[in-house]
Design a protein around this ligand. Structure first.
Ligand SMILES: C[S@@+](CC[C@H](N)C(=O)[O-])C[C@H]1O[C@@H](n2cnc3c(N)ncnc32)[C@H](O)[C@@H]1O
Length: 631
């Protein structure tokens, strides 16, 4: 008799976690019995119940210190482990919780920066330094709650009023602010774009970032080849012993506080995942060829578990603290208040799902009167195409030209060259708490958090850890947000100074506001640093030009571009196990840059790193875009 395809699929899924079929078989058999062959309960959440039951089995087996016999629950008794239905309930609850920006308690944050240091001019961008404002100074002490500013900033960056309902898609009547965009001129602004504040999509390299020596330190490792059938893959895999994770530390536990590291000589020491989770990293019988598996690097803080797999067992587990959403480190001025959101800037009259209303509501104005999302939750094709075209084929009609260009000033403080032009960045605006719709509204995607099963794995090309999905992904689907600590550029600079020779650092500048602000002071300009506190996105590697993810700024709780979310979406449909990649926008030809870029191993035919042999020809090399850097 041909094997049941559902059984085969279940084995495929658990095999990917390193669980051998022969160990899984009795667990599955028993679970089918317990659940009256209701496969959907077993299949949900990528076989989470099955995996939990397996861990339970292993734990029981160890605890009792006996039996070679297969797992056997008493008839009708379900595994003690949290079961699928409970988890599902939790998931629904957690998905209904809006994601918040939290500030980090000072006791939990490394390393501290004194006020004196903060007001010191940063060397990242050498613009004139304004004295720190009193409001900024008052924010150097933050509580662990969402920050509500006492002083709503209804300044030039705030939205203008616009009709609550757009008349029709693509017919935004909003006038465009010209002169109010201080220090910047708009050239050939696309007419369907209601952005009054001009965007400069740049993620700039902080200076003095340590050189990357990572590749030299890599040891050869086995990796699952892309798209390889799982049966084949299984033959190549070692069969690790998997133990159920023992600890799930949460905020508030003493261990959790400890893990945020301490500052000694300005350097931060973080515990590795292995010490935090005491997870799976067992060897086979001969104690050789072990694999490292952590079943959930998120400490239960995401909607879904994210596993980590090192099939060689030789790589040191990453040292960082998982946070599911951005957290203010200390001085960042992220002004969240309902008062800042004008009635016309939200959809308080809507109910339930804005996407199914007869007319797009006010929240669609940002995207030209049509929502960025489809009812299926993916990006609308036209919107994605426009974002891709800005990223990949920068053309003059997308450009804005600064009168005082922060990028040029960072290169030459005294005689900056004229601005070369920057892209006008497209934003998504999601409905938020002042809106009348509910959390299931189709215009709330990023704020609902992870929906795709992801895994951190050790790549084989010398890039260190990478990220892949354990399921096929459609084009335009939200993968994850880039989350980290929200720092001012000044704070980042201080941090970078203290970093020494760390292999990887993970800063991203939130600079989409620079167009409207003119030259932002380093004490004001914000960035995200995921080095010590970050989410799964900190593991996503760079690929030149033809990466499969695109980063899109998303406005949720702040009506300006000073602070926003950076969300990563697929720009093509993807097969399970393909590595997720993102073009950081590094200029590998910029040899004068104070930070030496890593040697790119992206393998793209369009690789911009000339140090890579035989990967590109002059024909395939595309023009350089300046937008991001993570190294
Ligand atoms: C955001 S981290 C990505 C996760 C990282 N691979 C890790 O193991 O933590 C960026 C670092 O990954 C490495 N990296 C990313 N993309 C790479 C590429 N295409 N070629 C070589 N190294 C890469 C570089 O060391 C870079 O500094």
């Amino acid at each position: 008799m041909a094997p049941d395809p559902r059984v085969l699929k279940a084995f495929d899924a658990t095999r990917a976690l390193g669980i051998p079929d022969e160990e899984m078989r009795p667990v599955l058999r028993n679970l089918l019995k317990v659940y009256d062959r209701k496969w959907e309960l077993i299949e949900e959440d990528n076989y989470r119940t099955l995996v939990d039951a397996y861990f339970e089995f292993k734990e029981d087996k160890q605890a009792e210190g006996k039996r070679k016999a297969p797992i056997s629950y008493h008839d009708g008794e379900r595994p003690k482990q949290k079961l699928h239905l409970e988890d599902g309930d939790e998931r629904i609850l957690s998905s209904a919780k809006p994601r918040q920006v939290l500030s980090v308690k000072e006791t939990e944050t490394p390393p501290k920066t004194s006020k004196k240091e903060i007001s010191k001019p940063s060397k990242i961008f050498k613009g004139d330094i304004k004295p720190t404002t009193s409001s900024q100074a008052s924010q150097t002490r933050l509580s662990e709650v969402e920050r509500i500013s006492k002083l709503p900033r209804m300044d030039a960056r705030n939205r203008k009023s616009y009709p609550e309902k757009a008349s029709s898609a693509g017919h935004c009547e909003d006038p465009i602010d010209g002169p109010s965009c201080r220090g910047i001129q708009r050239k050939n602004m696309p007419s369907d774009h209601r952005q009054k504040e001009l965007q400069s999509p740049r993620i700039e390299k902080p200076k003095n970032m340590p050189t990357d020596h990572y590749q030299k330190e890599q040891t050869p490792r086995i990796e699952k080849p892309k798209n390889m059938a799982s049966e084949h893959y299984q033959k190549e895999l070692k069969t690790p012993r998997i133990e159920k994770p023992k600890l799930h530390l949460g905020p508030g536990s003493s261990s959790y506080r400890g893990q945020s590291g301490d500052a000694s000589n300005g350097n931060i020491r973080m515990k590795s995942l292995s010490s935090l989770y005491q997870d799976v990293h067992q060897s086979d019988d001969e104690n050789t060829n072990s694999s490292h598996i952590v079943s959930d690097i998120t400490k239960g803080s995401e909607n879904l578990k994210i596993s980590l797999l090192d099939e060689t067992g030789r790589e040191e587990l990453p040292k960082f603290n998982y946070i599911p959403c951005n957290i203010i480190y200390q001085s960042a001025n992220v002004n969240i208040s309902l008062a800042r959101i004008a009635d016309q800037g939200c959809c308080s009259d809507c109910s339930r799902d804005c996407l199914s209303a007869s007319f797009p509501c006010a929240c669609a104005q940002e995207t030209g009167g049509e929502f960025a999302y489809t009812p299926q939750g993916t990006l609308r094709e036209e919107f994605l195409t426009a974002c891709m075209s800005m990223k990949n084929e920068p053309q003059d009609d997308h450009f804005v030209y600064c009168q005082e260009c922060p990028l040029e000033r960072s290169k030459n403080e005294y005689m900056p060259e004229p601005c070369k032009g920057h892209l006008v960045r497209k934003f998504i605006k999601e409905c938020w708490r002042k809106c009348g719709c509910n959390m299931q509204c189709g215009n709330r995607v990023v704020q609902r958090g992870l929906r795709r099963k992801l895994q951190v794995f050790l790549t084989s090309e010398g890039k260190g850890w990478g990220v892949r999905a354990l399921e096929d992904l459609p084009k335009g689907c939200f993968v994850c947000e880039y989350a980290g600590e929200i720092l001012t550029n000044t704070e980042l600079y201080e941090r970078v100074q203290n970093r020494g020779n760390e292999r990887h650092t993970y800063p991203v500048t939130l600079d989409a506001d620079w167009g409207s602000e003119g030259v932002l002071m380093d004490e004001e300009a914000l960035c995200l640093d995921a080095t010590y506190n970050g989410n799964v996105a900190r593991f996503i590697n760079h690929r030149c030009e033809d990466a499969n993810l695109i980063d899109i700024p998303v406005e949720v709780e702040t009506p300006d571009r000073h602070y926003y979310h950076l969300a990563l979406f697929t720009n093509k449909s993807m097969k399970a196990y393909e590595e997720l990649t993102w073009d950081y926008g590094i200029d590998f030809d910029d040899h004068d840059h104070p930070i030496k870029a890593f040697q790119c191993c992206c393998g793209s035919a369009f690789c911009r790193d000339k140090k890579q042999k035989g990967t590109r020809s002059s024909q395939t090399k595309k023009p350089r875009k300046k937008c991001a850097l993570i190294e």
